[in-house]
Design a protein around this ligand. Structure first.
Ligand code: BDP
Length: 646
């Protein structure tokens, strides 16, 4: 009976899904699809060396007072060469630039292809993948846009501007300010030290409440791209399946014309058309669907179809191709389901962080990290503590690496950061994040914050609003935030779909006492589950270890201690994962830079890999475990490269 009942219920749900109106609401202007080349679109990357000048004036305002954007930056004063994308902090030998707070100025001149200028039917867009944190952009001295917040892209159409004087090269000036306030994400405060007997004139510090170096600069690619003036502005897809049939609900928005003819074609990996339509929204049916599966859950993980959207008017044609993975995500009281099968997160927390580049996008690093993730047998990561580059999510889509996508709500500790201005900004950041990442099959859950002071009374309204808003933006994915607060007093937990808990037993609490882990970790799980009856992910746990430092019996900071701590946690996970624990994410994948502090020895050393991506002993412990977990759950057949020696 229960089987036929559940079949009946799921049939009803599927029909409801088919009938429901498109749930995703996107209040922002423009879809900001990832720039891709096509027969109708060109991309010109502006990466490389830019002129750079920090504004070292006392009030950091000289650049605006003297309108540096009005002429070549080199004419305003001394400039240096600065690579883009990269954080500027670790590029030079100058400690004041490493720790600089305030406006820095970037500039680059670029020749725009003559056809882009002469062809009035071409739209030219300037796009910045991300810059930390506040950015203002000018083209030939005219302001074209400004954007608040790092980690997410922004763009401006500059067609008419560059057409004004086609003989001139196009001068792009970007001013970037890394100052954090109580109302930015992440929040921070600026503290002036006015005691002249102790501090030099004008001395101030940026206080932050998070544990990674506050890298700044233009962190992701800057580019120009074109579209026709009538263009595909956005595509939203939601996927489902029924027996062997995949269902792709889509909605295309076109800008620039009241009417346009559309052709939507879904193609498999071999380029064969599997479904098509000519309406701006609808449901495509895919017979014998190949679902998108996570790495190690299927012999062909990360299967992507291509959705080609071709729209034309009598004069314009635009083509945009979106990769589409067909999969479902659901959460029950005790399980996380992908394609209706229980999914256990065995993964990592990462940072965008590396030597010299800081947070700058770097392909060798990205590919190396994916190779390490797969070597480890990890099937997932969380984008702690901010959205990662879109290029990284595209890798996740292709490789089947499951992502918990986190917004930069890290370090919300001060009660003043729960006010209206902070909340409004946080809502906009979620709008921008969902707009950017909505179509990635790898993204299975949104995380709206990390370790906020969620015991404070205003946290209740704040998280209720934030989570409700996020669900209204995207009704297909669960929403969470990461907590380290007391289960009984946490104000936001009633609103999350999955409880994500960070804990550092025998590290920050009871340092050196590994024997407390079984009892404290067990209590942690029982308490959270007992109160909220929601599945739990151990979203962080770990210990610092200096590679090459050894002690037996283990002592803190040695490789042995990191190993022992991990293994004690694992014993408890193994009991609880049979019940309601649905995942474990190590803190951290690799060592990373932090601010200077008495508890940090040139950064945080909780990586299982060094910052240079070499394994510590713990990497091998985790590798053995993750492959075993994958094997136990899925009985990995010979198609996996299962390391037999483990
Ligand atoms: C956690 C934070 C993470 C820190 C980690 C640590 O979420 O950002 O890096 O502690 O202290 O509480 O290592």
């Amino acid at each position: 009976l229960s089987l036929s009942l559940s079949v009946c219920v799921s049939a009803v749900l599927r029909v409801l899904w088919l009938l429901s109106v498109f749930g995703t609401v996107l209040p922002l202007d423009g879809g900001m699809l990832f720039p891709r080349e096509s027969t109708s679109r060109e991309v010109k990357e502006l990466n490389g060396l830019w002129d750079f000048r920090p504004d070292g004036s006392l009030n950091r305002n000289e650049g605006f007072e003297k309108a540096w954007y009005k002429r070549r930056l080199a004419e305003t004063g001394p400039v240096i060469e600065m690579p883009v994308p990269a954080s500027y902090n670790d590029i030079t030998q100058d400690p004041t630039l490493r720790d600089f707070i305030g406006w820095v100025w970037y500039e680059r001149e670029v020749f725009v292809p003559a056809r882009w200028i002469s062809d009035e039917g071409t739209r030219v867009v300037l796009r910045v993948g991300s810059a930390h944190y506040y950015s203002i952009v000018w083209v030939n001295g005219e302001k074209v846009t400004e954007h608040e917040g790092g980690h997410l892209p922004f763009e401006a159409e500059i067609s008419s501007l560059i057409r004004r004087d086609p003989t001139k090269p196009c001068r792009i000036t970007i001013a970037v300010n890394n100052t954090l306030t109580l109302e930015t994400l992440p929040p921070g405060t600026i503290q002036y030290m006015n005691d002249r007997t102790r501090y030099p004139d004008g001395f101030f510090v940026q206080n932050i409440y998070f544990d990674f170096f506050n890298y700044a600069g233009i962190h992701r690619p800057v580019l120009l791209y074109t579209t026709p003036t009538v263009y595909v502005d956005d595509i939203i897809v939601e996927t489902n399946f029924m027996d062997n049939t995949g269902l792709v609900r889509y909605k295309v928005s076109v800008q620039g014309a009241a009417t346009a003819t559309l052709k939507v074609t879904l193609m498999d990996k071999d380029g064969h058309c599997v479904a098509s339509s000519n309406t701006p929204s609808g449901v495509l049916k895919v017979v014998d669907v190949k679902l998108w599966w996570p790495y190690l859950m299927h012999e062909n993980p990360g299967y992507l179809y291509s959705m080609e959207v071709r729209q034309h008017t009598s004069t314009y044609e635009d083509v945009y191709t979106l990769p589409v993975g067909i999969r479902t995500v659901n959460v029950t009281k005790t399980q996380f389901l992908i394609n209706n099968k229980p999914f256990y997160f065995h993964g990592v927390n990462k940072h965008e962080d590396s030597d010299i580049r800081g947070k700058g996008l770097d392909w060798p690093l990205i590919v190396k990290d994916f190779n390490l993730i797969k070597w480890l047998g990890a099937n997932s990561f969380r984008t702690s503590h901010y959205p990662y580059a879109e290029e990284i999510l595209q890798m996740c889509d292709r490789h089947g690496i499951v992502v918990i996508d986190e917004c930069p709500g890290v370090g919300i500790k001060d009660i003043r950061s729960f006010g209206n201005a902070s909340l409004s900004h946080h809502l906009v950041v979620m709008d921008e994040l969902v707009r950017r990442d909505k179509n990635h099959p790898s993204v299975v859950m949104w995380s709206v914050a990390n370790e906020p002071a969620s015991e404070m009374p205003p946290a209740e309204f704040y998280f209720k609003t934030l989570i409700k808003h996020t669900k209204a933006l995207d009704h297909t994915r669960p929403v969470t935030y990461i907590t380290d607060s007391n289960y009984a007093r946490d104000k936001g937990a009633p609103f999350v779909d999955v409880v994500c808990v960070n804990s550092y037993f025998s590290w920050y609490h009871d340092p050196g006492h590994l024997e407390v882990i079984p009892i404290q970790l067990n209590a942690q799980f029982e308490n959270w589950y007992g109160k909220y009856k929601k599945p739990i992910i151990q979203s962080e746990y770990g210990a610092d270890a200096l590679p090459g430092l050894h002690m037996d019996p283990p002592m803190m900071f040695t490789e042995e201690y990191q190993n022992a701590l991990l293994q004690s946690y694992h014993d408890v996970f193994d009991q609880k994962r049979k019940q309601y624990v649905i995942g474990e994410l190590i803190w951290n994948f690799a060592d990373f830079m932090t601010a200077q502090a008495i508890h940090r020895v040139v950064g945080n050393k909780k990586g299982i890999f060094t910052r240079q991506r070499q394994p510590k002993a713990a990497a091998f412990i985790l590798r053995r475990r993750y492959w075993r977990l994958a094997n136990e759950t899925w009985r990995l057949p010979p198609w996996t490269k299962y390391p037999c020696s483990l």
